[in-house]
Design a protein around this ligand. Structure first.
Ligand SMILES: [Zn+2]
Ligand SMILES: [Zn+2]
Length: 78
Protein backbone atom coordinates (compact mmCIF):
# COMPACT_ATOMS: atom_id res chain seq x y z
CA UNK A 1 0.00 0.00 0.00
CA UNK A 2 3.03 2.22 0.41
CA UNK A 3 3.57 4.37 -2.62
CA UNK A 4 6.32 6.95 -2.67
CA UNK A 5 4.93 8.42 -5.85
CA UNK A 6 1.32 9.42 -5.34
CA UNK A 7 -0.72 9.21 -8.46
CA UNK A 8 -0.33 12.36 -10.42
CA UNK A 9 -3.38 14.24 -11.45
CA UNK A 10 -3.56 16.51 -14.41
CA UNK A 11 -5.72 19.28 -15.57
CA UNK A 12 -6.09 20.65 -19.02
CA UNK A 13 -6.72 24.27 -19.72
CA UNK A 14 -8.62 25.27 -22.80
CA UNK A 15 -7.35 28.60 -23.91
CA UNK A 16 -9.76 30.76 -25.78
CA UNK A 17 -9.44 34.26 -27.08
CA UNK A 18 -11.49 37.18 -25.85
CA UNK A 19 -14.06 36.45 -28.52
CA UNK A 20 -14.16 32.76 -27.73
CA UNK A 21 -13.09 31.95 -31.26
CA UNK A 22 -9.83 30.38 -32.26
CA UNK A 23 -7.29 32.67 -33.83
CA UNK A 24 -6.41 31.16 -37.22
CA UNK A 25 -2.94 32.65 -36.93
CA UNK A 26 -2.27 30.58 -33.82
CA UNK A 27 -1.47 26.87 -33.80
CA UNK A 28 -4.65 24.82 -33.69
CA UNK A 29 -3.87 23.44 -30.29
CA UNK A 30 -5.52 25.57 -27.65
CA UNK A 31 -4.91 23.06 -24.88
CA UNK A 32 -2.25 23.21 -22.22
CA UNK A 33 -1.58 20.49 -19.66
CA UNK A 34 -0.66 21.13 -16.07
CA UNK A 35 -0.55 19.24 -12.84
CA UNK A 36 -3.50 20.03 -10.63
CA UNK A 37 -0.91 21.17 -8.12
CA UNK A 38 0.69 23.57 -10.56
CA UNK A 39 1.49 26.75 -8.64
CA UNK A 40 0.85 29.06 -11.56
CA UNK A 41 -0.01 27.84 -15.04
CA UNK A 42 1.35 31.00 -16.58
CA UNK A 43 4.50 31.31 -14.54
CA UNK A 44 7.70 29.99 -16.06
CA UNK A 45 9.31 29.48 -12.67
CA UNK A 46 6.56 27.03 -11.73
CA UNK A 47 7.87 24.69 -14.41
CA UNK A 48 11.04 22.77 -15.14
CA UNK A 49 13.50 23.72 -17.86
CA UNK A 50 11.64 21.64 -20.42
CA UNK A 51 8.33 23.07 -19.29
CA UNK A 52 9.66 26.59 -19.62
CA UNK A 53 10.88 25.86 -23.12
CA UNK A 54 7.48 24.45 -24.08
CA UNK A 55 5.69 27.37 -22.45
CA UNK A 56 7.76 29.80 -24.46
CA UNK A 57 7.29 27.97 -27.75
CA UNK A 58 3.78 26.55 -27.64
CA UNK A 59 2.26 27.78 -24.38
CA UNK A 60 1.77 24.16 -23.39
CA UNK A 61 4.21 22.77 -20.81
CA UNK A 62 2.76 19.28 -21.31
CA UNK A 63 2.56 18.73 -17.59
CA UNK A 64 6.14 19.75 -16.86
CA UNK A 65 5.05 21.52 -13.69
CA UNK A 66 7.24 21.60 -10.64
CA UNK A 67 5.83 19.72 -7.68
CA UNK A 68 7.68 20.83 -4.55
CA UNK A 69 10.60 21.81 -6.75
CA UNK A 70 10.58 18.56 -8.70
CA UNK A 71 9.20 17.87 -12.14
CA UNK A 72 7.46 14.47 -11.96
CA UNK A 73 7.59 14.08 -15.72
CA UNK A 74 11.34 14.55 -15.93
CA UNK A 75 11.89 12.71 -12.69
CA UNK A 76 14.29 15.37 -11.57
CA UNK A 77 15.48 14.82 -8.06
CA UNK A 78 17.85 16.82 -5.99
ZN1 LIG B 1 1.97 24.04 -14.91
ZN1 LIG C 1 9.84 18.41 -16.75
Amino acid sequence: MINSHPRLRWRVLVRTGSTGKLDPSKPARPLSWHLVTCADTGLATAHCAEGRRLLASADDPSGHCLLEGVCPRCGLTS
